[in-house]
Design a protein around this ligand. Structure first.
Ligand SMILES: Nc1ncnc2c1ncn2[C@@H]1O[C@H](COP(=O)(O)OP(=O)(O)OP(=O)(O)O)[C@@H](O)[C@H]1O
Ligand SMILES: [Mg+2]
Length: 258
């Protein structure tokens, strides 16, 4: 399912006229209303392959992440961090177990509804930034809104606002190659937020950055959680980034180490 990452933009719930007519928004919550619970998993398993070569990448994980919470998933290479993030964000489906996003069961959604949900409610930030090289910073940030059919004027306004939030208001006309690595990552954070996404997933967001720049990205993710009250879940080897989170989840062989 990793190839799907390329289409992962982000988008939120804010405007009534932007709401999709898909079943996600019509679906009834599966459990009691828990307004501050955004993402939740129960007995989550993900097995790749079959028989002797089967790899159990995620091994029975149950966790809850609340609104505005900044969680860092840490663990050795191969411990299952990326697999867990992909399951929690609906990029991949579990072999068994359940993932709920704002009270709705993701495992029951069709592929189409999942894509729609990711576009509107979930933002993604990747290690390699994932920006379009020929587009300006502003145009890159506008892209998810473009896909949603937001009007030109509204796109510009919201994209400019998102760039300002990450401190790049004055760089909006620059192309990615005219920006530093840290600035490119800030553009990708702005793109993840521009739709109003209430959950942001960041897989090794500082993996290609020096430590000072990495700290500034950590500070922005912190602000996204505290000021915008978005749920932020990052997988990282960067202990300085993990230290900036509200909670560290340590994975060992696909399980959470208590
Ligand atoms: N598509 C796949 N097919 C088969 N095995 C996979 C697949 N994706 C991941 N795995 C295996 O699942 C395990 C967990 O991988 P995962 O990428 O989640 O680890 P990670 O903690 O993110 O590692 P890293 O820190 O290196 O990014 C590894 O053993 C990996 O080889
Ligand atoms: Mg990984």
């Amino acid at each position: 399912m990793r190839e799907q990452r390329g289409q992962a933009e982000a988008i939120p719930p804010v405007r009534a006229e932007d709401r999709p007519s898909v079943s996600y928004d019509q679906a009834q919550p599966t459990g009691p209303a828990q307004n501050d619970l955004v993402i939740s998993s129960r007995d989550l398993y993900r097995v790749f392959g079959e028989g002797d070569t089967a790899v159990s990448a995620v091994n029975g994980i149950s966790m809850d992440v609340g609104q505005g919470e900044f969680v860092a998933v840490v663990g050795r290479s191969g411990s299952g961090k990326t697999t867990l993030l992909n399951l929690l964000s609906g990029l991949d489906r579990p072999t068994s177990g359940e993932v709920t996003f704002q009270g709705r069961d993701l495992t029951g959604l069709s592929e189409r509804d999942l894509v729609e949900l990711r576009r509107r409610h979930i933002g993604f930030v990747f290690q390699s930034f994932g920006l379009m090289p020929l587009l300006s910073a502003l145009e890159n940030v506008e892209l998810p809104l473009h896909i949603m059919g937001t009007s030109w004027r509204e796109r510009r306004r919201r994209a400019q606002e998102a760039l300002q939030m990450v401190g790049l208001g004055a760089r909006s006309r620059h192309r990615p190659y005219e920006l530093s690595g840290g600035e490119q990552q800030r553009v990708s954070i702005a793109r993840a937020l521009v739709t109003g996404a209430n959950a942001v997933f960041a897989d090794e967001p500082t993996g290609e950055l020096d430590t000072t720049t990495a700290a500034s990205i950590g500070a922005i993710l912190q602000e996204v959680a505290r000021e915008r009250k978005a749920t932020v879940i990052t997988a990282t080897h960067d202990l300085a980034l993990a230290a900036m989170s509200d909670r560290i989840v340590r994975m060992v062989d696909g399980s959470i180490e208590e």
